[in-house]
Design a protein around this ligand. Structure first.
Ligand SMILES: Cc1cc2nc3c(=O)[nH]c(=O)nc-3n(C[C@H](O)[C@H](O)[C@H](O)COP(=O)(O)OP(=O)(O)OC[C@H]3O[C@@H](n4cnc5c(N)ncnc54)[C@H](O)[C@@H]3O)c2cc1C
Length: 451
């Protein structure tokens, strides 16, 4: 599987990959991380080598009234970048990183993988809330919000974006920050798959790396679902911000030998003592129900990445999600239904404790949708013949409880199949107004599920 296609040589026009070319289908399908590649066919694909190519591609498309979609790492579950008839611009090759340790600043191209950025910063004693999985690129990740390691303490990653270099619908390269092109800066931080420009570089604020990364876990049989969820709900506001407490309900829970619940609690602290204190809430009555208890152990971030990836093998996926502050009494019947109907392992339902929300109070960016609890459903299977059987699981289960949702997260969006609220209403109005001014001819694609 490849998410960045080989580069053709020659002039810009010679490097266009058109529908019908021998390498078209491999490039189109290879642009997706999700192996369930949608049947949507861009007219032309451009693999940009540099910013000059990005400018040329946007101008070339605008002249021909082709709509532009952009791809960095291709990790959009829904394949948002694959649209019919337009121009697909792949910017994965723009992946240069610079670090200014003294100023606690870094810059990165959109094609840099989140985990690589974490390792580069880590070697200099620095950190950034990079995404939890190997291979996710910063391009799509930072535009949509970005829920990363130590994210409850740092906030959604887009809060730490201090500037962006953007190629606009006019094909102009601009810098956007609080001081310059502030409308684009506001829009880029949270508009995700509906952003109307091509980001060629992000300017980031970075942080001192916490001295200790550790994690603890407990696993339960599915029969313990109700008490475990009631406990999660009851303690949600007490969990220290340094802990990313989460549950995965899955068909093959670690140490259970069948359907069950995996509780995972990574913690970031400056001493083992602080980490241990932060996890003291795990010493709770539900411990008795656990089949396995893994005490707090120091774990390098690279090992956390590998651990998380056991839940996300290369496969076909159907995904959907919701934010909610509903009471557990209301959620429970729907979560039980989702658990009973799970596709094969490692399909799972994630319950992430995000309480109290970290970023929505910030009116300085488009990002505005978060809540106490994040629920995401990841259906995962291997064979195309099983698409009809398993693909509807995530969307149909979220539909059952969408009356309890405040909105959805753009990270795991499936807006083409289930349109949902992804920013606050006033922020959406403002995004539409900025789009009209910056991209009046609609050169850039917008979110699926919207005209
Ligand atoms: C296995 C897996 C694990 C994940 N884990 C996390 C996680 O821990 N936390 C989290 O927050 N999210 C997570 N995600 C979701 C992921 O962050 C989003 O799908 C994100 O959009 C992926 O970025 P990308 O550049 O790899 O993907 P792409 O598919 O390339 O980008 C998604 C969309 O963003 C826009 N875009 C991308 N690059 C640019 C650009 N340079 N300029 C303008 N627009 C652009 C396009 O509209 C594009 O369709 C995960 C996804 C997967 C598949």
């Amino acid at each position: 599987m490849s998410t960045s296609a080989p580069l053709r040589s020659g002039t810009f026009e010679q490097r266009l990959i058109r529908r019908g070319d021998a390498d078209y289908e491999a490039t189109r399908a290879g642009s997706m991380w999700n192996q369930r590649v949608p049947a949507r066919y861009p007219e032309v694909i451009v693999i940009a080598r540099d910013v000059v190519d990005v400018v040329a591609a946007v101008r070339w498309a605008a002249k021909r009234e082709l709509r532009v979609s952009v791809k960095s790492g291709g990790h959009s579950w829904s394949g948002n970048h694959l649209r019919d008839d337009g121009l697909l611009l792949d910017v994965a090759a723009l992946d240069e990183v610079t670090v200014d340790r003294a100023r606690r600043r870094a810059t990165t191209g959109p094609g840099r993988k989140s985990n690589e950025l974490a390792a580069m910063l880590g070697r200099q004693g620095l950190a950034f809330p990079t995404g939890h999985c190997l291979g996710v690129c910063v391009g799509g990740y930072l535009l949509q919000g970005g829920f990363g390691w130590n994210g409850r303490a740092f906030g959604p990653a887009c809060m730490s974006v201090v500037g962006l270099d953007i190629v606009t619908a006019e094909g102009e390269l601009l810098h956007a920050s609080e001081e310059e092109n502030a409308d684009l800066f506001w829009a880029a931080r949270g508009s995700g798959a509906g952003f109307f420009g091509v980001v060629t570089r992000f300017h980031l604020k970075v942080y001192d790396k916490p001295r200790v990364t550790a994690a603890a876990g407990q696993t339960f049989p599915l029969s313990a679902l109700e008490p475990v969820l009631r406990w999660m709900h009851a303690i949600r506001a007490e969990v220290p911000a340094s802990v990313e407490l989460q549950l995965a309900i899955t068909g093959d829970a670690f140490g259970v030998g069948g359907p069950g619940i995996e509780l995972f609690a990574p913690v970031f602290a400056n001493s083992l003592r602080d980490a241990w204190r932060a996890l003291r809430f795990l010493d709770s009555p539900i411990r008795r129900l656990a089949k396995r208890r893994i005490p707090m152990l120091p774990v390098p971030l690279s090992a956390l990445y590998r651990l998380v990836m056991t839940h996300y093998p290369s496969a076909r996926y159907g995904v959907d999600n919701l934010w909610t502050h509903a009471h557990v009494d209301e959620l429970l019947p729907h979560l039980e239904h989702a658990a009973r109907t799970l596709p094969p392992p490692p399909s799972h339902l994630l319950w992430l404790n995000w309480s109290p929300p970290a970023g929505a109070r910030d009116a300085r960016m488009a990002f505005s949708m978060e809540d106490e609890t994040y629920l995401a459903l990841y259906g995962c299977w291997q064979r195309a013949e099983d698409d009809a059987r398993y693909a509807p699981w995530a969307v149909s289960n979220v539909r059952r409880m969408q009356h309890l949702a405040s909105g959805c997260q753009l990270a795991d969006e499936n807006l083409g199949e289930r349109p949902a609220r992804f920013v606050s209403d006033d922020h959406l109005q403002r995004l539409d107004a900025i789009r009209l001014e910056r991209d009046p001819r609609g050169t850039f694609q917008t979110w699926m599920g919207r005209p």
